[in-house]
Ligand binder design. Structure first.
Ligand code: ADP
Ligand code: ZN
Length: 602
């Protein structure tokens, strides 16, 4: 069978996505590969398809136990012989799995990195043929990454302990060049084929809000998505507790997840969410890595996360099935202070003072970019993609900035006024932060201004006509584009720099896009009402089957597959096989039952 036939037969997909085919070809040619692809791009297919085509087995190393169980379940339900070895198994179960592995019972084995150097596992590895080692979430080997895991360093040790060297394929969604170099170096990839697919996730809608009352903003979003699943990320355990409780009090079916809960509750809550018993998961960033639920329709960040990498990874857990999904960030100035505090008080063991300082600087830098994201009035998608080094157009039409109907405003003169004011304030006294500069420009009558004689400046009140919001927006624009510097100190102040000259003396023409007064409502696509009736029935059937088989609903079929059934309305088994996500195993297991419902309703 060739790769396309495997893709169709086992996975039920008619074509490869961007990047998948090249990676598979290189693996089949015996090359190491490094795949850098955003969450939801379909990294698993890249190693699962060649795993089925090569002799011997593929060993997949993955950091989280929950991910393994999930992936293995999904593979088995598609008719692929897969198993896993990790600490969630009892001794007896572990021995059974090992025995099956010895006897050639698996094509794909998932293992935790901690397992690799154990005697039992080494014995196994020396007896069976491992054709490929796949390192999932490969950025875990890097200290510069988000989630450094010392146990990942055992992978190299393990490879050297083998009598031969298998192909190594590594995958991650994190792209910074330091991390990428680390992966190649630490895993000793041999002139790997590197595939970086675009980071864009066109089905995700991005929105930033700065609400006065975050909770009611959240409630509005959750209520709008009542019958769908969503994740709400909070910055602290305490926030998780509070938000979850308030949601429940408002009649929302919500659960919670953070590292302070005991193992049993965490496991229980996670399953409630995966099995659709609870619709909303309120969690810290401890939740999600390895959660493969493909039908999460929205992700809300109740607090601004610490950097764009984390944000895009967490927000990217929405819409993995390719369906339209929404990502909201509820921003407040307090979030910046909390994150600064966390950075200043982070407890990294095992690193020396100098490294610690470098990490801290890097973290602050990342936080700055995250903050700009929350304040920008430009296209949010463009901002993210540029951050990751992707080129992009400045209008995506699927983010709150783009949808809100902009108008362009010439800010040449206003910018001159702002920079002159900073200059004058510095002249008589010292440097000030954004709020004080705005207060002087707008002619504030506050005691603080008077006592420092700032009301005597020639620039006092020269922007009294300009709203505070607009003033702030222009200043943010000037900072982001380097015309003025905001220092990194505890109380950041504005300072002129060399580029300020262009505005002050060279009449540099500047404009920004600003929001119109009455932004239009964002509309999301929905299926037609008659289709939505069929969709509901298919979902009910899926739920029934999932309950009987005690697997999560999306393991039976994803929402995307159900929607495709509504569109294609297959009549025969052959038709059914053409539905996206239907392979031979699923046709056999579920075909009749789904066809019956579809035929009865069309
Ligand atoms: P990643 O690991 O990159 O985050 P996954 O491997 O979990 O992404 O894939 C995300 C979703 O996309 C899964 O539901 C998967 O079945 C689906 N998918 C992957 N490849 C294809 C394809 N070629 N056609 C259609 N769907 C695909
Ligand atoms: Zn946009």
């Amino acid at each position: 069978m060739d790769k396309s036939e495997i893709l169709r037969k086992y996975f039920g997909y008619s074509s490869f996505r961007n990047g998948q085919e090249e990676i598979i070809d290189h693996i089949l040619n015996g090359n190491d590969v490094l795949g850098i692809m955003p969450t939801g791009a379909g990294k698993s297919i890249c190693y699962q398809v060649p795993a089925l085509m090569m002799e011997g087995i593929t060993l997949v190393i993955s950091p989280l136990i929950s991910l393994m169980k999930d992936q293995v379940e999904a593979l088995c339900s598609s008719g692929i012989a897969a198993g896993y070895l990790n600490s969630s198994l009892s001794d007896a179960e572990y021995r059974t799995m090992l025995a099956k592995a010895y006897n050639g019972g698996f094509k794909i084995i998932y293992a935790a990195p901690e397992r690799l150097m154990t005697q039992g596992f080494l014995n196994l590895a020396n007896q069976i043929k491992i054709s490929m080692i796949t390192v999932d979430e490969a950025h875990c080997v890097s200290q510069w990454g988000q989630d450094f895991r010392p146990s990942y360093l055992k992978i190299t040790e393990f490879v050297s302990a083998l009598p031969y060297r298998p192909i190594i394929s590594a995958f991650t969604a994190t792209a910074t060049s330091e991390v990428r170099d680390d992966i190649t170096d630490i895993l000793n990839l041999e002139s790997p084929f590197v595939m970086t697919t675009g980071f864009d996730r066109p089905n995700l809608y991005f929105e930033v809000q700065s609400p006065k009352d975050k909770f009611s903003a959240l409630l509005k979003i959750v209520n709008k998505n009542r019958d769908k699943c969503g994740i709400v990320y909070c910055i602290s355990r305490k926030n998780v507790e509070e938000v979850c409780e308030r949601l429940c009090r408002n009649g929302i079916s919500a659960s919670r997840y953070h590292a302070g809960l005991d193992d049993d509750e965490r496991k229980h809550n996670q399953e409630d969410f995966i099995f659709d018993r609870k619709r909303v998961m309120v969690a810290t960033n401890a939740f999600g890595m390895g959660i493969d639920k493909s039908d999460v329709s929205y992700v809300v960040h109740y607090n601004m996360p610490k950097n764009i990498e984390s944000y895009y990874q967490e927000a990217g857990r929405a819409g993995r099935d390719g369906e339209p999904a929404e990502c909201y960030l509820l921003y407040s100035g307090q979030d910046v202070r909390t994150n600064r505090f966390l950075i200043d008080n982070s407890e990294e063991n095992d690193i020396d003072e100098q490294t610690r300082e470098r990490v801290r600087e890097k973290d602050l830098e990342r936080l700055k970019y995250m903050t700009f994201y929350c304040r920008t009035s430009g296209c949010l998608r463009e901002y993210i993609l540029k951050y990751f080094g992707d080129s992009s157009q400045s209008y995506c039409g699927n983010c709150s900035s783009c949808n809100a109907n902009f108008e362009t405003r010439d800010i040449t003169v206003d910018s001159q006024k702002i920079l002159s004011c900073i200059y004058r304030m510095r002249e008589i006294n010292r440097s000030y932060g954004i709020n004080m500069v705005i207060a002087v420009l707008r002619g504030s009558k506050s005691e603080k201004i008077k006592s420092q004689k700032l009301d005597k400046l020639s620039t006092y009140g020269i922007m009294s006509e300009c709203s505070e919001k607009l003033c702030r927006e222009i200043i943010n624009y000037l900072i982001q584009n380097g015309y003025v510097t905001l220092t990194d100190s505890e109380y950041p102040v504005l300072m002129l720099n060399r580029k300020s000259r262009e505005v002050l003396y060279e009449h540099k023409h500047l404009e920004i896009k600003i929001l119109k007064e009455n932004p239009t409502e964002n509309s999301t696509a929905t299926v037609s009402s008659e289709d939505s009736e069929l969709f509901t029935k298919l979902r009910e059937l899926r739920k029934k089957i999932a309950d009987i088989e005690s697997v999560p609903a999306y393991i039976v079929f994803s929402d995307a597959s159900l929607r495709d059934m509504c569109i294609k309305k297959p009549k025969t088994k052959d038709d059914f096989l053409k539905v996206s996500g239907v392979g031979y195993m699923k046709l056999e297991k579920y075909g009749d039952r789904f066809l019956k419902v579809i035929n009865a309703n069309s």
